[in-house]
Design a protein. Structure first.
Ligand code: AHR
Length: 647
C-alpha cells in the first residue's frame, strides 16, 4: 500500500545536486580533454621534478618537514619513477644516417621551461629516413580534410641549410599531411607555424620532422592542435569530450583533484600561478598519478570552461598537505600563511575586480569580467584535528575577504556520519567520498537518512560503484541510480554530488571504473553517465513523504518455500552465520567466502533471492538445493543483531 502525503513537502532537491569532478588522472586532461596532440611538447618531461634531491645516486623528494594527520613527525620519503630523457619522441633514421639528439639547457627559450632538444645531423641518408617522431598520446587523431595548427620554436647553427619538412604520417611512415619550411634558420629562437590537412583519416597517426640537410637544429615547444576545439577557443578542449560534459548540464565543476591536488610532495603539488599565462612558460606538474601534465588546461582555461557551460567553479586547493602515499605530509603551521595568501590570490584572480592585482592579470589574459567561482575546497581527503586547526585558518581568511564564497571541508573516504568534524568550528559543506561495491546502495538506501542535520550541508564530491561491476555495467548504473535517489531523498542535507573519476584514456587507466572512456580517436560514455544525465534532467524539485506498507504474500514466515524464502523484519537488522537444517540434518552452512564473518544488512521485508547472500556462490548453491522442494519445512538459524521486531 503506497501512500503519498499530498500537499506536504518533506524537503526540496537542490538544483546544485549534480556537478562534475575533473581530475588529471588516467590522462583525463593531458591527452584527453585538453586538445593538444603532441606529448611532451616542451621536452620538459624527463626533468627531475622541482623539490627533488639526489642522494647516493637515488632521486628522492626534498625532505620538507613531515607530519602526519595528527601532527606527529614522520620520516617518510618516496623515490621518483624516472622516465627516459625523451619520452614520446624517437629518432627514425636509416642505417647510413648519423643523427643524434640531446636535451640541453643552453640558451633556453625561457627560464620557466629551460629544456630544449638539440638535433645534430652530421650525415643524412640520401634515400632513407632522417626523422624525429612524436607518437602523440598513443596516436594522433588525424581526420581527413580537418585542419590542424602546428607551431614550434627553433634555432639553428650556420651549417644547417634546410629544408625542414613537418608531417603527419601513419605508423608505417606514409605521409598523410606535410608542409616544408625553407626559412627555419638563425641563431635566435623563432616561432614557426603552419597548418596540416590530412588527405586520409588515421586515428593513430604520428608527427614527424624530416631533416633536409646536415647541421644542428634546436627545437622547443612543438604544439599541434585541431583547429576545431570546443567553442573554438585557442589552446582549447577536445570537442567530443567537452560536449559530453556540457550535455550533463552540471551545476558546478570541481577541479583539479583529487589526489592530483595533494602533490607527491609539497614542492611538486600543482600551482595555479604557474598554470596561467603563456603556455610555453608553464613548467607543468608531475603528479601522484605518475605522469606529467603540461598544465595547458590551467586555472584560466578551467574557469573559462565553467563559464562556457554555465557551471559554477569549485576550486580545490592544496592546504599545505601532500599525499605521500596517503600518510599526509603537513608543512608546519607557522609556514601556512603564504599558502593562505596564495589561495586568496587565486580567488582574486577569479572574481576580483579588473583593477585588483590578480584581476588585472585575468584581464590581461583576456577576461576582464569575473569568472563564476562559487566554491573552494580546503585540500583533498584530509581530516583529523591537525587538518581541522588548519581548516579554521583558511575558513577565517577566505570568509573575511570573500564572504560570498562557499567553503568545503574535505573529509576523506567513508561515512561522514561516523567521523566527527574534530575541531572544525564551522564549514558550509563537508565532502564525503563514496566508492561502493555492487549492491551497496540497494541495502543502504537510507544511508543519508541517518545523518544528523544542522551543522553543514553535504557534498558527495566523489561517488561511484566501482567494485564487482567490471569496468562499469548496468548493475553499477542501477546501484548509482539508487545512491542518487538516496541523496535526492535527503535533499535538505545533500546539496551537491559528483561522480569520479570522470575520464579514462583507455591506454592509461589508473582507476577501475570511469565515467567516460576514450582514446585518440574515439570516445564513449558508460551507462552511469546516462543515468546521471537522466536523473539530472528529470530531477525532482520536491520530496513528498511516502509511506509503503508491504503485505507479504501467503507464505510461511521464517521458512523457505520453493526457494523464495520470505522472512519479515520490521526494522534494520544485520545477520551472519546462516545454518539451514531439515529434520535435524544440516543442508546448508554459510561460510561467507566473500566477506568472512561480516554482518550482512537486511532491511524491512527480506526476500531471499534479492539478498546479498543470494549473490554469493553459497547462496546460489542453497537456492539450488531448495528449488524443487516446494512444501518441505526447513529450519533457518542465523545470528542477527538489532533485532527489534523480528517476527
Ligand atoms: O577519484 C580517484 C581518487 O579517489 C581521487 O584522486 C581521490 O580523491 C580519491 O581517493
Amino acid at each position: 500500500v503506497l501512500k503519498i502525503n499530498d500537499g506536504v513537502v518533506k524537503n526540496t532537491v537542490a538544483p546544485s545536486l549534480h556537478g562534475i569532478f575533473f581530475e588529471e588522472i588516467s590522462h583525463g586532461g593531458e591527452g584527453g580533454l585538453y586538445a593538444e596532440l603532441i606529448q611532451n611538447r616542451g621536452f620538459e618531461e624527463s626533468r627531475i621534478p622541482p623539490g627533488t634531491v639526489v642522494e647516493n645516486g637515488q632521486i628522492i623528494p626534498k625532505r620538507t618537514p613531515h607530519y602526519n594527520m595528527n601532527g606527529q613527525a614522520t620520516d617518510w620519503t618516496m623515490p621518483w619513477p624516472y622516465t627516459s630523457d625523451y619520452p614520446y619522441w624517437r629518432l627514425e633514421t636509416a642505417p647510413d644516417a648519423k643523427i643524434n639528439i640531446q636535451l640541453t639547457q643552453q640558451q633556453p627559450l625561457n627560464s620557466a621551461t629551460p629544456r630544449s632538444l638539440k638535433v645534430n645531423i652530421s650525415k643524412r641518408s640520401s634515400s632513407g629516413k632522417n626523422s624525429l617522431v612524436n607518437e602523440g598520446f598513443w596516436g594522433i587523431n588525424a581526420q581527413k580534410d580537418a585542419v590542424y595548427n602546428l607551431s614550434f620554436y627553433a634555432r639553428t647553427d650556420a651549417a644547417w641549410k634546410g629544408p625542414l619538412t613537418v608531417q603527419l604520417q601513419t605508423k608505417a611512415g606514409k605521409a598523410i599531411a606535410a608542409y616544408t619550411f625553407n626559412d627555419v634558420k638563425g641563431a635566435a629562437w623563432k616561432k614557426y607555424t603552419c597548418t596540416l590537412v590530412p588527405s586520409e583519416t588515421d586515428t593513430a597517426a604520428e608527427f614527424a620532422f624530416h631533416f633536409g640537410s646536415t647541421g644542428t637544429v634546436w627545437f622547443d615547444f612543438v604544439s599541434l592542435f585541431p583547429k576545431e576545439t570546443f567553442r573554438n577557443r585557442p589552446n582549447g578542449l577536445r570537442k567530443d569530450l567537452a560536449e559530453y560534459l556540457e550535455s550533463l548540464k552540471p551545476a558546478f565543476v570541481r577541479w583539479p583533484g583529487g589526489c592530483f591536488v595533494e602533490g607527491i610532495n609539497i614542492e611538486s603539488a600543482p600551482n595555479w600561478k604557474t598554470a596561467i599565462g603563456p603556455i610555453e612558460k608553464r613548467p607543468g606538474t608531475f603528479s601522484v598519478w605518475s605522469y606529467w601534465s603540461s598544465d595547458g588546461f590551467g586555472y584560466h582555461e578551467y574557469l573559462q570552461f565553467c563559464e562556457d557551460i554555465g557551471a559554477k567553479a569549485l576550486y580545490v586547493f592544496n592546504a599545505g598537505v601532500s599525499c605521500e602515499f596517503r600518510s599526509g605530509t603537513f608543512i608546519p603551521d607557522e609556514e601556512l600563511q603564504p599558502v593562505i595568501n596564495d589561495v586568496l590570490d587565486a580567488i582574486e584572480y577569479a572574481v576580483g575586480p579588473a583593477t585588483s592585482k590578480w584581476g588585472k592579470v585575468r584581464a590581461a589574459n583576456g577576461h576582464p569580467k569575473p569568472f563564476p567561482l562559487e566554491y573552494v575546497e580546503v585540500g583533498n581527503e584530509q581530516h583529523g584535528p591537525f587538518y581541522a586547526r588548519r581548516f579554521n585558518r583558511f575558513y577565517d581568511a577566505i570568509k573575511k575577504n570573500y564572504p560570498q564564497i562557499k567553503i568545503i571541508a574535505s573529509m576523506g573516504i567513508g561515512d561522514l556520519n561516523r567521523h566527527t568534524l574534530d575541531s572544525i568550528r564551522v564549514t558550509d559543506y563537508a565532502d564525503e567520498h563514496a566508492y561502493k561495491s555492487a549492491w551497496w546502495a540497494f541495502s543502504n538506501y537510507d544511508h543519508f537518512d541517518r545523518y544528523k542535520r544542522g551543522d553543514y550541508d553535504v557534498y558527495v564530491g566523489e561517488y561511484a560503484t566501482n567494485a564487482g561491476v567490471g569496468k562499469g555495467n548496468m548493475l553499477a548504473a542501477l546501484n548509482d541510480a539508487v545512491y542518487i535517489m538516496g541523496m535526492e531523498n535527503n535533499g535538505d542535507l545533500v546539496k551537491m554530488s559528483s561522480y569520479a573519476p570522470l575520464f579514462e584514456n583507455t591506454n592509461t587507466r589508473h582507476w577501475p571504473v570511469n565515467l567516460i572512456n576514450f582514446n585518440a580517436g574515439n570516445s564513449f560514455a558508460r551507462i552511469s553517465y546516462y543515468t546521471i544525465k537522466m536523473m539530472n534532467e528529470h530531477r525532482a524539485d520536491e520530496n513528498l513523504p511516502v509511506s509503503l506498507q508491504v503485505i507479504p504474500a501467503a507464505t510461511k514466515k521464517n521458512k523457505f518455500a520453493g526457494g523464495i524464502g520470505l522472512a519479515t523484519w520490521d526494522t534494520q537488522t544485520e545477520y551472519k552465520d546462516i545454518e539451514i537444517t531439515q529434520n535435524g540434518q544440516l543442508v546448508y552452512k554459510s561460510d561467507f567466502a566473500q566477506r568472512p564473518g561480516e554482518w550482512q544488512p537486511v532491511r524491512g521485508q527480506w526476500e531471499w533471492k534479492d539478498s546479498a547472500l543470494a549473490q554469493t556462490a553459497e547462496g546460489a548453491q542453497l537456492l539450488n538445493i531448495l528449488k524443487d522442494k516446494k512444501f518441505e519445512s526447513y529450519t533457518l538459524k542465523l545470528k542477527a543483531r538489532k533485532l527489534s521486531g523480528f517476527n
